[in-house]
Design a protein around this ligand. Structure first.
Ligand SMILES: [Zn+2]
Length: 297
């Protein structure tokens, strides 16, 4: 059995006013170009930047981001960029390739965040943005990076960033309120990718998954077996899967445990603008509602 990662790119899609980098011929006028590695960082940077800089994402809405392979036009866009913003914590194994010909300033959005390690390893789990509290650290790093890039707009970036951090606090409150409404015996989240370590820690939930982080490695029978044993042991009524992976292993887990389909969760990518999670704030709210609905059954 081989897990194929879904990599359907909506090449021309717009994300909340952001354009994905497709061509080095795209001009960005007098505004500095900030290139981000994925749509969630682009949304955060856009919230802070307003219209003072041009923000683009290398990967498109819905794309698988861990195993992405930069194209020649991505590399040209990186050469054109004034600032490249990445997640770090091992998310973008392809960053060196992207930046082969780029002299842009580089900023790692997770700078200063103490990572959670992937179970039984020293490898950091990269999905720190899934904690709204830690997302505020991302925002601070973005504010500082943009202020260095364009000092005359520093005041605007701080004020936009402060407003955005207040919205993150509000979504954090919704998260804690929503998930704490679950009875103690229903506070276990099982997903395909182990992308919810930061969110479940914040919400005091147990976390189970089929595989720890998306990669091109095959899913083994023992990974399915272990996830099934965990699901059965914790009497989990519904299991979930992420939007950027293929459904086969999730379906097998449901067959082997009798657990219901909890639905699709969004982690590594926003949806297209007309989809359910066009912004990061939407993504957290949507996931919390989906988790509560699925586990309350
Ligand atoms: Zn992921």
């Amino acid at each position: 059995m081989r897990r194929k990662l879904v990599a359907t790119l909506a090449a021309t899609a717009l994300v909340s006013g952001l354009v994905t980098a497709c061509s080095s011929e795209q001009t960005h006028g007098d505004k500095p170009l900030v290139l981000t590695t994925f749509t969630i960082l682009a949304d955060m940077a856009q919230q802070v930047a307003g219209d003072a800089v041009d923000v683009r994402s290398i990967t498109a809405p819905g794309a698988e981001i861990h195993g992405y392979d930069p194209t020649p036009s991505d590399m040209a866009a990186a050469s054109d960029a004034d600032l490249v913003l990445s997640n770090g914590l091992g998310l973008e194994h392809w960053l060196d390739k992207l930046l082969t010909h780029s002299t842009a300033n580089r900023v790692v959005a997770t700078d200063g965040i103490e990572p959670i390690s992937i179970e039984n390893t020293n490898t950091p789990n990269p999905h720190a943005w899934m904690s709204p509290a830690l997302a505020k650290v991302y925002v601070d790093n973005i504010i500082n990076a943009l202020a260095r890039l364009q000092p005359e707009s520093a005041e605007t970036f701080r004020s936009n960033g402060d407003h955005y951090k207040q919205q993150l606090e509000e979504v954090d409150r919704q998260l804690n309120e929503g998930l704490s409404s679950l009875p103690q015996n229903k506070r276990t989240l099982v997903t395909c990718e182990g992308a919810f370590s930061y969110l479940t820690r914040e919400a005091h939930m147990h976390e189970g998954y089929i595989w720890p982080v998306n990669s091109n490695k095959e899913i083994t029978p023992s990974q399915i077996r272990n996830a099934a044993a965990f699901t059965t042991h914790h009497q989990v009524p519904a299991v979930f899967c992420e939007s950027t992976v293929e459904p086969g292993p999730h379906e097998q887990l449901m067959r082997e445990t009798g657990a219901a389909d909890g639905g699709t969760l969004y982690v590594d990518s926003l949806s297209a603008p007309d989809g359910p999670v066009p912004t990061f704030l939407d993504l957290i709210s949507y996931d919390v509602n989906t988790i509560v609905d699925g586990l309350k059954k």
